[in-house]
Design a binder for this molecule. Structure first.
Ligand code: NAD
Length: 591
């Protein structure tokens, strides 16, 4: 070991030499370097074996007290650790104990982030084994507060920051990232962070949190994940005036300036990582979100969780609910409150699935789906003034300007809330749904809880227990007339980790809508008879790794079927293959 370290250090000395000393061929190439590279600038990278103190400071390899006696001898750790040797299970127990003692979720979040910086495998072990408890800490809602306080709570930078200052140099910035083999990038421009609006550069918490879920829930290796924040300024006055703000202190660049930076970014990513790297757009404002997805969908492997992930998870809930509601998908009529990224994305995927199942053109199946926005029912007379993504939903109907009248006029069997405005499914609206349907399906998707269109309790009591209900934010079980009702949570985390894994294991080069349908069908297929008996339309989250493997397998199968997969030959059993590819947080033994 010692000789290896010396050799490597020797190698570093060579590379550290001033490259100019060999330029011009005047200096003899004593180190045997390729003469053809003499006049090129090179990246001074080194490979080293971590041991001793540096091993303890390397989060990817550190095991803390879990280093065995043999490892302590072999890796120069004697004396650097107290005598006890702990198991990973004991470390997990101790950490969960201390995390549970914190009163505030943000303190728990910080403890988790510190753990990630210290001991990556232990971080993922905790997250995987305690997923239901820690998901709201590492991701929404706590991550929102973390983004708001990002400048003050972080001591070490996470992820990669690309700002307008890096224009013209984005490829070089990507090369600064220490990992070469990247499979998934989550990128935000911070303009619409959860329901919190423009948080500028502080949006970094979102890509970091999403990628932690990619690893914990979908099994993508942490080293293959790259969080990126693109900083084009912020329109958040409070941040602009905050002396501790970490981002560019200017108003957001828009139009051509914005488009050029994004284009350089997209080009550099493909140049640096190739065709198979997944770029997930996250929390972009809706005009940019739709445009980026449309613009790069044909040239890059791109996915927008707010639009496509939400659509897939909601469609899964609707497919599963058919078992309880009866009838085929095309027998149902859908009414949405809210026609933004979530609403129109879900509507389109439902129309596509309906079209596939009934062999009717999608232009026809769209007519079973109606949307209400802040100006009322979307109808043909409004077409000219509608944003382009709302136009396919402008069906023939007289104007209707409120939700209750729209329910009465359209007579939907399914009511979906995606408006971001709380308490909009009023008692009258919910009662109208119950009077029209034996079992109304009501989905109140807006987050956080305060923005939910109605609560689980309201849905069950106002429909006298008839409703099948699911929501974006979780609700506790509700007792109504002696019966306990458990509602489902349409959480995107059901879909995107497995979806991404499916793309990665098949080496897919493009996302196709049929892959989203495949993901929805796989998720719906994981709802058991027992879950149905309890009125649930989503499987328990505790099985998420198994669920992700099934989603990944279905998505990969579709990629092979569509000729979009490059990892050949196709593995025979894709579920087994997906499981075998998943990252395990269990410590490895060191020679
Ligand atoms: P968005 O801004 O793109 O769309 C909101 C839409 O609601 C717009 O069409 C707007 O016109 C409409 N609207 C606003 N106020 C209204 C009102 N009073 N009546 C009728 N329509 C109104 O936002 P989005 O990304 O589509 O998100 C909407 C909501 O959905 C958010 O609360 C978000 O948290 C939630 N969401 C939930 C999930 C999930 O449950 N898995 C996923 C994504 C988004």
């Amino acid at each position: 070991m010692e000789s290896t370290m010396k050799d490597l250090r020797g190698g570093a000395t060579v590379l550290d030499m001033d490259p100019k000393s060999t330029v011009g061929g005047g200096v003899e190439d004593v180190y045997g370097e390729d003469c053809a590279t003499e006049d090129q600038l090179v990246t001074p990278w080194t490979v080293s074996v971590a041991s001793g103190y540096s091993l303890l400071r390397d989060p990817r390899h550190n095991k803390g007290l879990a280093f065995t006696e043999k490892e302590r001898d072999a890796h120069y750790l004697r004396g650097l650790l107290p005598p006890v040797v702990a198991t990973q299970q004991l470390q997990e127990k101790k950490l969960m104990h201390s995390i549970r003692k914190y009163q505030l979720p943000i303190q728990k979040y910080m403890a988790m982030m510190e753990l990630e910086e210290r001991n990556e495998r232990l971080f993922y072990k905790l997250l995987i084994d305690n997923v239901e408890e820690l998901l709201p800490i590492v991701y929404t809602p706590t991550v929102g507060e973390a983004c708001q306080k990002y400048g003050s709570i972080f001591k070490r930078p996470q992820g990669l920051y690309i700002s307008l200052k890096e224009k013209g140099k984005i490829l070089d910035v990507l090369k600064n990232w220490p990992e070469r083999s990247i499979q998934v990038i989550v990128v935000t421009d911070g303009e619409r962070i959860l329901g919190l609006g423009d948080l500028g550069c502080q949006g970094m918490g979102i890509p970091v949190g999403k990628l932690a879920l990619y690893t914990a829930l979908g099994g993508v290796r942490p080293s293959a994940c790259l969080p990126i924040t693109i900083d084009v300024g912020t329109n958040n006055e409070k941040l602009l005036k905050d002396e501790f703000y970490i981002g560019l202190r200017q108003r957001r660049a828009t139009g051509q300036e914005y488009a050029e930076l994004l284009h350089e970014f997209m080009t550099a990513v493909k140049q640096n990582y190739g065709e198979k790297v997944l770029i997930q757009f996250e929390d972009f404002a809706n005009h940019n979100a739709f445009e980026l997805l449309a613009k790069y969908g044909t040239t890059h492997l791109v996915f927008n969780d707010d639009i496509q992930g939400t659509a897939s998870v909601v469609l899964a809930g609707v497919i599963a609910a058919l078992k309880l509601l009866g009838g085929s998908l095309a027998d149902h009529t859908f009414l949405f409150l809210g026609a933004g990224e979530a609403g129109t994305g879900i509507a389109e995927l439902i129309a596509l699935e309906m079209s596939k199942r009934s062999n009717a053109p999608v232009e026809e199946t769209r007519k079973k789906i109606w949307l209400v926005d802040s100006k009322g029912l979307i109808v043909s007379s409004r077409k000219d003034s509608l944003q382009h993504f709302k136009q396919p939903w402008a069906h023939e109907h007289e104007p209707v300007n409120n939700l209750l009248d729209a329910v009465k006029a359209i007579k939907p069997t399914v009511l979906i809330g995606s408006s971001g405005v709380g308490r909009t499914f009023t008692k009258e609206v919910v009662e109208a749904m119950a009077s029209l349907n034996e079992k109304p399906l009501i989905l109140a998707l807006s987050n956080p809880t305060s923005q939910s269109e109605c609560t689980a309790e309201e849905a069950y009591t106002w429909t006298k227990g008839k409703a099948i209900f699911a929501s974006g934010s979780p609700f506790d079980p509700v007792e109504y007339e002696g019966k306990v009702y458990v509602s489902g949570q349409a959480n995107n985390a059901y879909i995107f980790p497995g979806f991404g894994l499916g793309l990665v294991i098949s080496g897919a080069i493009r996302v196709h809508d049929d892959m989203l349908l495949a993901a929805s069908e796989a998720l719906a297929g994981q709802v058991s008879e027992e879950n149905y008996a309890n009125g649930l339309t989503y499987p328990p989250f505790s099985n998420i790794r198994k669920i992700s493997a099934h989603i990944a397998a279905n998505v990969a199968a579709k990629a092979y079927e569509l000729g979009l997969a490059t990892r050949l030959p196709r593995p025979e059993n894709l579920v087994k293959y997906a499981e075998s590819c998943m990252y395990s947080p269990v410590y490895r033994s060191y020679r």
